[in-house]
Design a protein around this ligand. Structure first.
Ligand SMILES: N[C@@H](Cc1c[nH]c[nH+]1)C(=O)O
Length: 319
């Protein structure tokens, strides 16, 4: 963040340092271990891995040997790429980091986005989801008692898309439209696709399935077309019971049309918001099957915190 007055910029940096320390203390107290991810990725391999990250937004770097590398646009991918090939069965790790991701915008300006985040690797059960959700709730609560945690399971949309048997391009288009909440265009697309009535209704209704767990269950159940979609609801229900026991029910909102920019999730997904910002401060989820690309299935779930956005909110509040 660049302010007109150096004094403000220094004030902002001071605030960012305080925020990082506070989150670092929280992670350390909860037993997470700090790691330092690497900054570089291979450009051509990366474009195959994260298909929803646009190529133009990747910041390219040429190595001494003329290979094209990129500065990491995502820390999670970077961590599992390094750990999964050496993974030993039975290992469980709770890790955290404080680092930067790099993205280029349309005007070719490189943005450096500071993130902190946590990853819980090696635990397949919902215990890991609960552990991670609790950490996310604690982080949000420590910065403002009025926050929202939006939750879904990507199994719902993915299960529905499987029924459509759409090719990859079509799936990507549909996800993009759902991501942009562009219902009008989505209906236009669906008209071309000759869908059965059940599938058409499930897709047409997806953006309406939001609210409390009770409301979401009632609206979604009639559209469940396979086990994967059923599983999504069962898991969310169990997580909701846990959150309720922890006293967090009033902060949670469900939205089964949630689509994330990073498309590697295959279970719980969530985003955390604070007042005075429409951008997610926290975002994360479970991504077990994504790890298979690196040679082994390792259960994995985590989230990142947008430190720049959080600092801006807290800095402006203090003015
Ligand atoms: N790396 C993801 C967040 C995440 C961490 N672990 C799992 N997901 C992001 O930047 O949005």
């Amino acid at each position: 963040m660049q302010y007109l007055r150096i004094e403000d910029e220094i004030g902002y940096s001071k605030k960012r340092c305080e925020i990082r320390r506070r989150i670092e203390d929280m992670f350390l107290n909860e037993g997470f271990i700090q790691i330092e991810p690497s900054a570089f990725e291979d450009f051509s391999k990366y474009t195959l891995l994260n298909k929803r990250i646009k190529r133009e937004s990747m910041v390219k770097v040429i190595s001494g040997g003329s290979d094209v590398l990129i500065l990491r646009p995502d820390i999670t991918t970077n961590i599992i790429k390094s750990l999964v090939p050496r993974w030993q069965d039975g290992l469980k790790l709770r890790l955290f980091y404080s680092s930067t991701v790099f993205r280029s915008n349309e005007a070719s300006n490189v943005r450096e986005i500071r993130q902190m985040g946590a990853e819980y690797l090696g635990e397949a059960s919902l215990d890991a989801d609960k552990d991670v959700i609790l950490s996310a709730l604690k982080v949000l609560e420590s910065f403002n008692g009025r926050f929202i945690l939006e939750m879904s399971s990507s199994k719902y949309i993915n299960g529905l898309l499987k029924e459509i048997h759409a090719d990859e391009v079509r799936q990507k288009q549909l996800k993009e439209l759902i991501y942009r909440k562009n219902r009008y265009e989505m209906i236009n697309h669906m008209e071309d696709m000759k869908l059965s009535k059940e599938i058409y209704d499930a897709l047409a209704d997806i953006m309406n399935i939001q609210g409390s767990i009770e409301a979401v269950k009632a609206a979604a159940r009639k559209h469940c077309l396979n086990e994967e979609m059923e599983e999504a609801l069962k898991e969310l229900e169990e997580l909701n019971d846990f959150i309720e026991k922890e006293g967090g029910k009033s902060y949670v909102h469900y939205d089964l049309s949630m689509v994330t920019e990073l498309d590697y999730y295959d279970g719980l997904i969530f985003k955390g918001y604070l007042p005075n910002s429409y951008r997610a401060i926290i975002s994360g989820g479970r991504y077990d099957s994504f790890t298979e690309i690196f040679g082994k299935r390792v259960p994995a779930i985590g989230f990142s915190i947008d430190i720049d956005e959080l600092t801006e909110i807290k800095f402006e509040e203090a003015q």
